[in-house]
Design a protein around this ligand. Sequence first.
Ligand code: TNX
Length: 582
Amino acid sequence: MSTTPSPGPTAVPVPLSTGEPDAATLARAAEETAGTLLAPAAPHRLADVVPAPQQVQPDPTADWALPAEAVIVSSADPAALAVAEQLAQLLRPATGYPLPVTDATTPEPAGGIALVLDDSADLGAEGYSADLGAEGYSADLGAEGYSADLGAEGYHVDIATDGVRITAATAAGLFYGVQTLRQLLPAAIESPSPVTERWALPGGAITDAPRFPYRGAMLDVARHFFAVEDVLRVVDHLARYKLNHLHLHLTDDQGWRIAVDSWPKLTTVGGTTEVGGGPGGHYTKADYQRIVSYAAARHITVVPEIDLPGHTNSALVAYPELAPDKIAPPPYTGIEVGFSYVDPADERTYDFVADVLGEVAALTPGPWLHIGGDEAFKVNGEVYTGFVERVQRIVADLGKTVVGWHQLAPAAHLDGRVLQWWGTNGEDPTTVDAVRRGARLIVSPGNHAYLDMKYAPDTPIGHDWAGLIDVRKAYDWDPGTHVADVPAEAVLGVEAPLWTESVTSLADIELLLLPRLPAIAELGWSTRATHNWADFRDRLAGQGPRWTTAGITFHRAPEIPWRTAPTIPTQRNLPQTHTATP
Ligand code: TNX
């Protein structure tokens, strides 16, 4: 398929001999210029999508362009219609087209875009059912619709001369089809205001489904607090790359960020600090629910973390009765770890844990509660495992599935429990043993998936304790085989954590997230058969102009052959024929 870029606007020819051009010349020149702008632009390759789709069948005879009068027609199911409206909202700003949304029993593209919810669509055969087995997670994830036979997240996209058809068994699948479609349009589709562009799409068919059911990123809102709006924008970035879990690290030594009615000082006292001495902040219950529902509308499940028994200095400042010596420690705004803990020998601690987890569970529709468990250096051996086992039981009694950092491994198994592995050398006999006893793993290797590691020595923010992580390092590993002696069937998925000791703004978040988040997203979504650095690098390069056009900060990693952003001819900056006289 041709990938020749469309020619840019041509200069308006101005006859030199007579000084001022005549009106007819100007009119002709303007027409030619407009004609060039509207000339069929060569569309992207159908395979130019991140994460890499499972199957791509280009059909160069079927290239198609979205017309101004296109209609988006969807199955009448409310969740499908919601995706259709999201698609319209993605396309309206840049196109300036009205793109009305309608419903039909049998949606047909008819020169526009059809979203077809078809629960007989069998997209599961090559999805994660093959890798992970239906039984492994249908028990725990069934409520959320991870039905292996239906392929709960798979989709088809067909681009033909009569328009686009997206088919899926669920609204989530339709949503992922929409994300793919978005990337197949010219980068100017990311413009927040109308652009003169031919909205061309490459013809052909894509069939796609994820490798793993859990594809996530974590944002630490405890070390530095981030406003709800910033978190929503991070959700948008996750959605673009088909990630489906947002893990929020809500509590740590430096601040407690989620309101708990039964222990109000957690936020009124414990929430007023952050690393470096800034004002901190916290989410009200309404704030948190806003994040949860914004994420849910993008098929993303929020995983709240209350880190226990360590990383709790902010709670001890608020409630000294939880401290082993019952004395309030000073607020902490540094970046050391491992010094604080709630008293595992005091029953009051378990009242606190039950109250907090109960309130957080009640606000959280997703199945997971993350209880941390890392770096509790002062709670050892049986005291530690005894504490964890009680907390795991509290989570189970709330009807939730426990997730914790892999330090939880020595504790007794409990149905469904998930460990988040963050080691750096791929060997961990204690974790392997926990997996043998039934635990599943989310893999977040510190030296590949930690988004707070610097890209290079001169990255202005970030750490390097797990090494430098350039884009290739973020991409070149396999979640299915990474932890020695853990079978791929035990791997629930992958997550990229962003710790924020050095991160103070949305621009900082984006600089560390992009372009590594799409690399981790591809490891979670794409089948191993598509794994290829050179191919990924080229597809990733195409994302740069999209971020630039959308006003998103990213790190211009030198190993990526970034394409330049289009110079967008908006209605206002079309080439001017400024000297026209009648
Ligand atoms: C380790 S990873 C931590 C965090 C720090 C992070 C900094 C983990 C479970 N604990 O407390 O923020 O390193 O990279």
